[in-house]
Design a protein around this ligand. Structure first.
Ligand code: NAD
Ligand code: MG
Length: 402
């Protein structure tokens, strides 16, 4: 068995640490070539001690200097680099076979594309990269003989239910993405204004990074995921469905022409899809507890309420309109979620910011290249910032003089 050498982009995050947990269980199969993180130098240093990567990449020169000092003091010879170019170099280095794309947001686009151009096996968690560059990303993967395997639990489930990993010619009728509905599925609608960042980040079933946790609470996460599914499985919009399933036991389903419906089940722990993709086509231990179906007396399913979840409505609208506004959808959402986490806007303002940004900007041409995508991303961020400034400005006080 050949040892797979991994570059783990975003190794200090929730997906990154779950990936390293699987790596640690299989030293005979996996070796770490590169680890990268934006700012968490202490955590990255601990990971360097445990996994002895050849290369480590951080966000800036200051972080790199601090990490270098720590590594030298510990007599570790890991090479330290910083910035976007070093990130792309780690993703495309000849010494790595597999790239785990686990950076959050469109910040992961360039390195994911670099991995595709270098023909790597890419384990994709970074859904935003695919959402913003769909056609271009899939074309790059095909042209350079890269392999793309989904880590996102729904897409990994669909990939497993498809068997061949492809929708074409397999009699596939529909993809059914399940969604837990997040922490506010039952909350009184008129109290959503008052939701705090900590409440929004407290997901009932999954422990995740803060951005995706907020996306799950607004259900923008599912809006991004239907677009992700469209590209990964080359599936038309009208054959992609969303189904609320609060228990998060069925991670998604595929309905076939003969009305067979295949589902993938498991405990809500990302180490299952991660281990699946890492070992594919083999199966390995993920460290996840066995699923005890006798303790699940009630698995429920129902259609999502788009009035409660306007972000999902916007994601579905962008999907149906051909995904040409997906750069704007994603960029406005990233800015709005960040503003909510900083307590600059209310929870319910997130959808407002995204909708107004979509209304103000034109959709991209279907032939958009990387430069067009990056320009549209920048424009959408600037527009979203302007909308937020207006929303969060103190209301004008009208004084009446008697
Ligand atoms: P996280 O916030 O826990 O970790 C993000 C990682 O990216 C960190 O290592 C951070 O240092 C790095 N990073 C952040 N900004 C960066 C930048 N500008 N440049 C370089 N590196 C940067 O996030 P997460 O929950 O692990 O999610 C990562 C990705 O996986 C997201 O796209 C998310 O949607 C997707 N995903 C996560 C889960 C989950 O369970 N956490 C499930 C499915 C999909
Ligand atoms: Mg998911």
């Amino acid at each position: 068995m050949n040892v797979q050498r991994l570059s783990i982009l975003g190794s200090t995050g929730s997906i990154g640490t779950s990936t390293l947990d699987v790596v640690a269980r299989h030293p005979d199969r996996f070796r770490v070539f590169a680890l990268t993180a934006h700012r968490q130098i202490d955590r990255l240093f601990d990971q360097c001690r445990a996994f002895l990567p050849e290369v480590v990449v951080v966000g800036d020169a200051e972080g790199a200097a601090e990490l270098k000092q720590k590594l030298r003091a510990a007599r570790l010879s890991t090479e330290v680099a910083y910035g976007p170019q070093a990130l792309s170099a780690a993703a495309s280095a000849a010494a790595c076979d597999t790239v785990v794309a686990a950076i959050v947001g469109a910040a992961g686009l360039a390195s994911s594309l670099a991995a595709a151009r270098a023909g790597k096996k890419i384990l994709l968690a970074n859904k935003e990269a695919l959402v913003v560059s769909g056609a271009l990303f899939m074309r790059t993967v095909a042209e350079h003989g890269a392999t793309l395997l989904p880590l996102d639990s729904e897409h990994n489930a669909i990939f497993q239910c498809l068997g061949t990993g492809s929708c074409t010619g397999a009699g596939v009728e529909r993809l059914i993405l399940t969604a837990s509905g997040g922490p506010f599925l039952q909350r009184e609608l008129d109290t959503l204004d008052a939701v705090t960042p900590d409440q929004a980040c407290k997901h009932p079933n999954w422990v995740m990074g803060r951005k995706i946790s907020v996306d799950s609470a607004t259900m923008m996460n599912k809006g991004l995921e239907v677009i992700e599914a469209r590209w990964l499985f080359d599936m038309p919009a009208e054959r992609i469905e969303v189904l609320i399933h609060p228990q998060s036991v069925i991670h998604s389903m595929v309905a076939y022409a003969d009305q067979s419906v295949l589902a993938q089940l498991g405990n809500p722990d990302m180490r299952t899809p991660i281990a699946h993709a890492m070992a594919h086509p083999d199966r390995i231990d993920s460290g996840v507890a066995p699923l005890d179906l006798t303790r699940m007396s009630n698995l429920s399913f129902y259609a999502p309420d788009l009035a409660r979840f306007p972000c999902l409505r916007l994601g579905l609208q962008v999907l149906r309109d051909g995904c040409r506004a997906s750069v704007t959808l994603n960029a406005a959402n990233e800015i709005a979620v960040d503003a909510f986490l900083r307590e600059q806007i209310r929870f319910t303002d997130i959808a407002r910011v995204v909708e107004r940004t979509l209304d103000q900007l034109p959709a991209l041409a279907a032939t958009a290249q990387l430069d067009d995508i990056l320009a549209a991303d920048e424009r959408a961020r600037a527009t979203a910032h302007q909308i937020i400034a207006k929303l969060s400005a103190p209301r004008a006080v009208v004084a009446t003089i008697h």
